[in-house]
Ligand binder design. Structure first.
Ligand SMILES: [Zn+2]
Length: 125
């Protein structure tokens, strides 16, 4: 007989997620920081907020709808966003195609996809 093992259903904190930045995201960040070098701390802080709790309902992050259903955006300011996916939500959403390489990515992966003004942030992954 197997002994019952309790696996916590609610996970919390940095340890529970894997964080990935796609090449496009890195490129977007580099472009943004080239134009706004004074905002580096703010960008680092925003990433820290996402990484410490990617599902935080009280942060500047919100769930996207429509064509981007299953993904999230973090509001840096009125016009700039960071778009990301938590693959568990990503696979439950209707967005097609899913995030890059989604089928090989564990549920607890947080994938940073794009950032910048609406056009790049909500553009192709
Ligand atoms: Zn995914």
């Amino acid at each position: 007989m197997h002994e019952r093992v309790d696996v916590p259903l609610v996970t919390w904190g940095l340890m529970d997620y894997n964080f990935v930045q796609t090449n496009k995201f890195k490129k977007d960040c580099a472009t943004f920081l080239n134009q706004h070098p004074e905002r580096k701390e703010e960008i680092t802080e925003a990433l820290g907020n996402i990484y410490s709790n990617p599902k935080n309902p009280h942060s500047e992050a919100h769930k996207l709808k429509g064509k981007l259903d299953g993904q999230r955006a973090y509001e840096l300011d009125y016009s700039n966003r960071m778009r990301y996916a938590i693959c568990q939500e990503c696979r439950a959403g209707t967005r097609q195609p899913r995030c890059l390489d989604c089928s090989n990515t564990p549920d607890n992966t947080v994938k940073m996809l794009r950032m910048g003004a609406h056009k790049p942030a909500y553009g192709r992954d």
